[in-house]
Ligand binder design. Structure first.
Ligand code: PNS
Length: 159
């Protein structure tokens, strides 16, 4: 059974995240999408809300599970007995940061956790959770950025 973990903040999830989830789900028997519970940040959506949103957005994918974690990703991977982490790459600017995290995780886990990068589909290469929040904060149109059911929920946060 090939099992991978796709970790992230997903605050909020975007169509770019969904694209990575759908493609990774085809490559593995099971994909766990896991929301980082980061006490240091003040998020738009709580961890529980983000988990529910991801469950709704991936309900058509039978082999995708949604979870949350706190602490080090490699400890979470060990707990789940998973050795592959999925991350999306939008542009070269993502690469330096992602490479550093991937190599740190590989070193810290003594080679047990490897990272596989999926390049984001071009139509979503411009998308980020931060830009979605910024557009929504000015009551702009985010309908091309997030799943349809999520548009109003994000706008409500800025109402
Ligand atoms: O969606 P994001 O915010 O880019 O996701 C970043 C994430 C969750 C993958 C990363 O911050 C993470 O794994 N955090 C957990 C703490 C950890 O293990 N850090 C790696 C050592 S530098």
């Amino acid at each position: 059974m090939k099992h991978a973990i796709y970790p992230g903040s997903f605050d909020p999830m975007t169509l770019g995240h969904l694209d990575v989830i759908e493609r990774a789900a085809q490559m593995f028997d099971t994909l766990t999408v896991s929301v980082l519970n980061n006490m240091a940040k003040s998020p738009l959506f709580s961890v529980e809300e983000r988990v529910k949103i991801l469950e709704e957005a991936t309900s058509h994918l039978q082999n995708v599970k949604i979870d949350s974690f706190s602490g080090l990703l490699i400890d979470y991977c060990a707990e789940k007995d998973v050795h592959i982490v999925i991350r999306g790459l939008r542009a070269i600017t993502d690469f330096e940061y992602e490479l550093q995290i991937a190599q740190t995780n590989r070193k810290l886990s003594k080679g047990s956790v490897d990272t596989i990068f999926l390049t984001t589909s071009l139509e979503y290469a411009y998308l980020s959770s931060s830009s979605v929040k910024e557009i929504a904060s000015f009551h702009g149109d985010i309908s091309q950025c997030v799943p349809e059911f999520l548009v109003d929920r994000i706008h409500e946060k800025f109402a």
